[in-house]
Design a protein around this ligand. Sequence first.
Ligand code: NAD
Length: 232
Amino acid sequence: MILYTTTFTTCECEHKQHETVVYFMRYHRIPNETVRRLPIYLRGLLSLREEGRKSISSRNLAEFLGYNPWQIRKDFSYFGGFGTRGIGYDVEKLIKQVKKILKIDTVHKVALVGVGNLGLAVLAYPGFKMYGFDIVAAFDSNPEKIGKKVTNIEIEDVSNLWMLKKRKIDLAIIAVPREAAQKIADALVKASIKGILNFSPCRIAVPKKVKVITIDIAMDLARLPYYMPASH
Ligand code: NAD
């Protein structure tokens, strides 16, 4: 299906006379691989901005990110392409556009469930804010943890998960033991959570309207030796 959503943004770099960049979405469905690469592009662009770069050519951007220029151009072409011929990309503008596509141009409130070893590390990690994620609540079932404060967040009783909807929290991170994960996911769905990042090493079943991404470092590690050169 072809979907034409057209917005016009004017080039604000020193080459104002250059053509206006047209942003329109040609495709209804963007390949998952492209969506997976967008946060990687964003991370690179944020580093470039930190270094003070204002604009970058597509070749240099590709080199910086470690991708082929055609790959980046192809990925951006799904959204109409963002560069201006002969100039390349305006870093600030591209950051804004990629954030908009990923729907992280506004702050998302996030709840953490399970404040153990992993949960504590998640709470201590400052990097989520850069991508517009604010962990505003943490839950656990251990009475000894409930009421304690970690990084300014008071650990709440997990039986209060139902309150998430009222608090306008629509994302959650699960960091509980595997046996508890499905029950927690069910409670999160009931509380109208729309996206779950699951660290528990199991598949959790949720209705279609809820997106789950499971991260398992052990599984990633398990496929690493396959790619390693054989030692003799
Ligand atoms: P942990 O035992 O240190 O912490 C688990 C926490 O969950 C505890 O605070 C416990 O009180 C709480 N909890 C247990 N049942 C609960 C429930 N029903 N509701 C709310 N809280 C509950 O474990 P950990 O090392 O932090 O690991 C957490 C999860 O993450 C485990 O499933 C583990 O296998 C997984 N893990 C994943 C990765 C990864 O790469 N994805 C890495 C390490 C651990």
